[in-house]
Design a binder for this molecule. Structure first.
Ligand code: TYD
Length: 108
């Protein structure tokens, strides 16, 4: 995967390309509190790219904490047990998913 930031005067364009899979689903979350803990699961088939669009948070993947801020991304394989936490008030976390939503794909 490749990230490029294109700057033009006061604006910027963040480009993510060479995605590791063709997304079938895109969603984003916002409005989380610092002490909210999201995720707490792995998947059977679904692959994901998490992209921090705004603010910052911590993603724990297999017990390792990774602090991400704007334009940082993390690729999650289905077996990567993960949690999302320590959200800044303005955090927006975008998720690209390789599969359509299926509650039976979750392993909690
Ligand atoms: P969940 O994936 O458990 O959120 P998180 O991992 O961020 O804590 O989803 C939260 C709720 O939203 C749950 O009731 C399922 C629902 N949901 C959908 O209906 N479609 C989706 O694509 C997603 C991601 C969640």
């Amino acid at each position: 995967m490749k990230f490029t930031k294109i700057k033009d005067k006061d604006t910027s364009l963040s480009v993510f390309e060479k995605l590791p899979f063709q997304p079938k689903r895109i969603y984003y979350m916002q409005g989380m509190d610092y002490f909210d803990v999201r995720g707490k699961h792995q998947h059977k088939k679904n692959r994901q790219v998490l992209i921090c669009v705004k603010g910052d948070c911590v993603i724990t993947v297999k017990s390792i904490d990774k602090h991400i801020e704007q334009n940082d991304y993390i690729i999650l394989e289905p077996s990567d047990w993960h949690i999302m936490k320590n959200f800044s008030d303005d955090c927006i976390l975008l998720v690209l998913a390789s599969e359509e939503y299926d509650k039976n794909d979750y392993i909690r």
